[in-house]
Design a protein. Structure first.
Length: 192
């Protein structure tokens, strides 16, 4: 968020910004490897064993899940980051932190419960969108952040919905093996 704020200030002042020029190829490659390397290893692990592959919805179900997960995670990440930043600032300013138990008897969350918590996210997204003409190159790089912040209330509502979860399960997306079989016992380690 700090880099975004600095880029906006530099764009407003007419200075060459952090996002001006071409990004370093090596930095881009390293970033992609760090972002997608674990995902690729997870796919290989999930597809590598026939029993695991079946338990997770089959090869096509796993691949469909990944194809949905990547853009969904990309859009959700800015909202998660801003939420954590707001919470850390609250702790630093000694604001009382509360944790309420999740109500599992309700399907999803009404927008009226989401908007008060995510108003700052939408505002930050709107400010990024409004500053886009001032920094067109940075705006392209920040488009996923801007879209994620603007859509964060909808993303929260959708991902909290049992109805959408059931639809995904029927489509073979985001299938887990939780609750299907009892895992095999872990062998005892011989005392030595």
């Amino acid at each position: 968020m700090l880099l975004i704020a600095v880029s906006v200030v530099q764009a407003v002042r007419g200075e060459p910004g952090l996002m001006s020029g071409d990004p370093s190829g090596m930095v881009l490659e390293l970033t992609l490897a760090l972002l997608f390397g674990p995902k690729l290893l997870g796919i290989i692990h999930a597809l590598g064993d026939a029993q695991r592959r079946r338990a997770l919805g089959g090869a096509m179900g796993i691949l469909r899940s990944v194809l949905i997960d990547v853009p969904l995670s990309t859009l959700a990440a800015p909202g998660i980051a801003l939420t954590q930043t707001i919470d850390l600032l609250g702790v630093a300013t000694q604001r009382k932190a509360e944790w309420h138990a999740q109500n599992r008897r309700v399907d999803g969350l009404p927008m009226s419960a989401i908007l008060p918590r995510y108003r700052w996210h939408v505002l930050a997204g709107a400010l990024l969108l409004a500053s886009s003409p001032l920094m067109p190159a940075a705006a392209l790089w920040l488009a996923p952040v801007t879209a994620g912040l603007l859509l964060s209330p909808l993303i929260v509502q959708w991902t909290a919905s049992e109805r959408w979860g059931a639809r995904a399960a029927r489509a073979g997306v985001f299938v887990t093996d939780a609750g299907r079989e009892t895992p095999p016992p872990v062998p005892a380690v011989a005392a030595g």
